[in-house]
Design a protein around this ligand. Structure first.
Ligand code: TYD
Length: 208
């Protein structure tokens, strides 16, 4: 079994975290020899990821630090690919990655960086075996964020406002058209946890 790189990306409040855990359990239960499963996420805890979190703490409006964040997210991703993703693929790990370049394309464009610039900064970055883009209506996303059980303030609060979420959505939904050579699937995350999982399961079964 060769390694696989699977990305979970999309709107906040779309239930990515819940589904990543379910996929982890599914892959593990399906065949116990898949014990090399890695869950990883962006921004990372590497040197650039930590700088990103520092900037989030200082953000007063969603477009603050747009140039710095554009570059830091790309550098963080390069670090992630070289230090974590490629070594794990080399050991045949199945990698479940929470957010990747698709987030930069949507978030940094909505922050105000020109789409073509964000797109071309990422065009040579490693393509995953499968990218699942979680779509949910902005109202539902906003309600879910507000009702999140932990109720904790997030560093990235300025990116969780309703208007920002609505603007993100069109970039996420357009990804299959913009990057037709990659395996990108839009997942309808408005539905129940089990229904969302069954959509994902059929995509995962195709590549494992
Ligand atoms: P996080 O607290 O993990 O939020 P979430 O639960 O929504 O994933 O912080 C990540 C934030 O960083 C989130 O608001 C999305 C944003 N982000 C970008 O703006 N660009 C990127 O390239 C990535 C990976 C994340």
């Amino acid at each position: 079994m060769s390694g696989k790189f699977i990305v979970f990306d999309g709107l906040p409040g779309s239930g990515k975290g819940t589904q990543i855990k379910k996929v982890f359990e599914y892959i593990f239960d399906k065949d116990k020899k898949f014990d090399n499963i890695l869950i990883t996420d962006e921004p990372t805890n590497g040197p650039y990821g930590l700088k990103i979190r520092e900037l989030f703490k200082q953000q007063k409006t969603s477009d603050d630090f747009k140039d710095e964040l554009f570059e830091l997210f790309a550098l963080d991703r390069q670090w992630h690919i070289e230090e974590i993703i490629k070594p794990a693929l080399g050991k045949n790990f199945i990698i479940l990655c929470d957010r990747y370049k698709y987030s930069s394309i949507a978030y940094q464009t909505v922050q105000g960086t020109i789409f073509e610039k964000v797109f071309s900064r990422h065009k040579d970055f490693l393509s995953p075996d499968l990218a699942l883009i979680f779509d949910v209506s902005p109202d539902e996303a906003y309600n879910r964020i507000g009702n999140a059980k932990d109720g904790k303030r997030k560093d990235s609060d300025k990116f969780r406002e309703k208007i920002f979420i609505s603007n993100l959505r069109k970039y996420f939904l357009d990804l299959p058209n913009k990057i037709p050579n990659e395996k990108i699937k839009i997942i309808d995350a408005n539905l129940s946890i089990e229904n969302v999982f069954s959509q994902i399961k059929s995509e995962i079964d195709l590549i494992l």
